[in-house]
Design a protein around this ligand. Structure first.
Ligand code: PEP
Length: 250
């Protein structure tokens, strides 16, 4: 049985004050969200504040990105050990904004995945096709290629302890959600692809959907057989919206 998981990706939003208010709101409403595992991924500079505020709470914290390097002259980068120093359990890797705006290719994302899982962090591996790729019927080949980069580097077993987030790029921050049928089709494809290599890994791995998830569409999306929760951008910045999504993940 896969435990539903909902993670909020706050991206580069907020201030010390707004982060405090947002987290207070989420914590206050968590009592009736007992089923889902929940995490937030704040901007790195607020992780220390978030860690303090989350003390004693079941809500986890994650990085939005991680370096492949352990330490040294890598200006602007954050290592796995630094994330763990502040009690992060997760880190996003390969978010589409990192891939598009920061030129991260499959090989680099696979290395980030590899160092994160070797350090004991749970990587949330983001994959998904652009609109152009979907229209060219390339969705399956794109997500396959993105998964294969990780499998070739670390083996299929490495996926046992990770979370996959299928995020069609055309649905991120656009208000265009994939229909539940469209999302389920890709999730089933991903699980089937993994099952060809290792049935246990395929059955156990949680595959989240991300892309304009809201309180109003979460229940239908999360009700699909192969959708195990969500990676939430915009709607994770308002406590009530995020909580409504968490409640839908049963
Ligand atoms: C995301 O950035 O991972 C995301 C899914 O964003 P949004 O929910 O705003 O589409």
């Amino acid at each position: 049985m896969r435990k539903p998981f909902v993670a909020g990706n706050w991206k580069m939003n907020g201030s010390r004050d707004s982060v405090r208010t947002l987290l207070d709101g989420i914590k206050a409403g968590m009592a009736d969200v007992s089923v889902a595992e929940v995490a937030v991924c704040p901007p790195a500079i607020y992780i220390a504040d978030v860690q303090q505020q989350l003390e004693g709470s079941a809500i986890g914290c994650g990085g939005q990105d991680v370096s492949t390097q352990a330490s040294g002259a890598f200006t602007g980068e954050i290592s796995t050990a630094m994330l763990q120093d502040f009690a992060c359990r997760y880190t996003l890797v390969g978010h589409s904004e990192r891939r598009t705006l920061h030129g991260e290719d499959d090989a680099l994302v696979a290395r980030k995945f590899s160092v994160a899982s070797a350090a004991g962090l749970i990587p949330i591996l983001c994959i998904g096709e652009t609109l152009q790729e979907r229209e060219a019927n390339e969705t399956e080949s794109v997500v396959s290629r993105q998964l294969d980069a990780v499998i070739e580097l670390d083996g299929i077993e490495a996926l046992a302890d990770c979370i996959i987030a299928y995020e069609p790029v055309w649905a991120i921050g656009t208000g265009k959600t994939a229909s539940s049928a469209q999302a389920q089709e890709v999730h089933a494809f991903i699980r089937q692809k993994l099952a060809e290599l290792n049935a246990d890994v395929a059955e156990g791995v949680r595959i989240l959907y991300g892309g304009s998830v809201k309180g109003s569409n979460a229940e239908e999306l999360f009700g699909q057989t192969d959708i195990d929760g969500g990676l939430i951008g915009g709607a994770s910045l308002m406590a009530d919206d995020f909580l409504a999504i968490c409640r839908a993940a049963r």
